[in-house]
Design a protein around this ligand. Structure first.
Ligand code: ADP
Length: 218
């Protein structure tokens, strides 16, 4: 039990150090919210330690972040973590998290499913909207592009393409997220967050019309 508490403390501190200066919406704040939501979504049948380790480490191998680790063994060794029987579930769990445009849906353990729901919930609602604008700004992408209206990615490569805008991201990801949430508690929170996304999206296009010269002339 002491090993588990120690491991969690070390992981929390190391992940905070690594991500605190991130400027793409994957900062340590995101990790903290996912850990918090994971705790809220936990059910008795799930292993809390495994779920929390996956939550803290779920971004650690993300290719967008260019972090210096290739695998979990390396992390355990460098950070001085004690290997317990949860290791392979944590390793598999970390690899199974990530929306990937909805094109690559992987099998998940109960713990990974809980973290995945927590991660998706953090891309929804008011916080999700804030993160999307922040991400696009950090990549120099516009928040809306008339040319790209209605264009949706058809595979993972086009989903990750550079030619993007925030309102398009609502169509390709944010407004679809509620359908990828699996846990009961997650679905309840998702309902409220989806409403916020939809309200923002509808209002955005209403306001766009108000400022459209062709609409004003009619
Ligand atoms: P995932 O890998 O689960 O798709 P990301 O790590 O790519 O999630 O996304 C991190 C955050 O940035 C999320 O809030 C996501 O919605 C947002 N984001 C990702 N791609 C874009 C984009 N092209 N435009 C705006 N926001 C984006």
């Amino acid at each position: 039990m002491k090993h588990l508490t120690n491991n969690l403390e070390i992981v929390q501190k190391e992940v905070e150090k690594l991500l605190k200066s991130d400027k793409t919406g994957h900062s340590y704040d995101h990790i903290k919210r996912v850990v918090g939501l994971t705790t809220r979504l936990l059910v008795d049948e799930a292993c809390e330690y495994t779920a929390l380790m996956i939550a803290y480490l779920h971004e650690i191998f993300d290719d967008k972040l260019l972090l210096p680790y290739d695998n979990l063994d390396e992390i355990y060794e460098t950070w001085g973590l004690v290997k317990t029987e949860h290791f392979s579930e944590i390793e598999k769990g970390i690899k199974s998290i990530g929306f990937k445009g909805g094109f690559e849906v992987s099998e998940k353990s109960l713990e990974a499913q809980i973290v995945s729901d927590a991660d998706l919930l953090d891309a929804m609602g008011a916080i999700g909207i804030g993160r999307a604008f922040y991400y696009a700004g950090s990549k120099g992408q516009p928040f809306h592009d008339y040319e790209l209206e209605g264009v949706v990615a058809t595979d993972y490569v086009s989903y990750r393409s550079k030619n993007k805008n925030v309102m398009g991201h609502f169509d390709e990801k944010l407004l679809r997220l509620k359908d990828f949430i699996v846990t009961e508690k997650g679905k309840q929170i998702a309902q409220k967050r989806h409403k916020m996304l939809q309200l923002f999206y509808d209002t955005f296009y209403e306001e766009l019309k108000e400022g459209d010269v062709n609409e004003v002339k009619d």
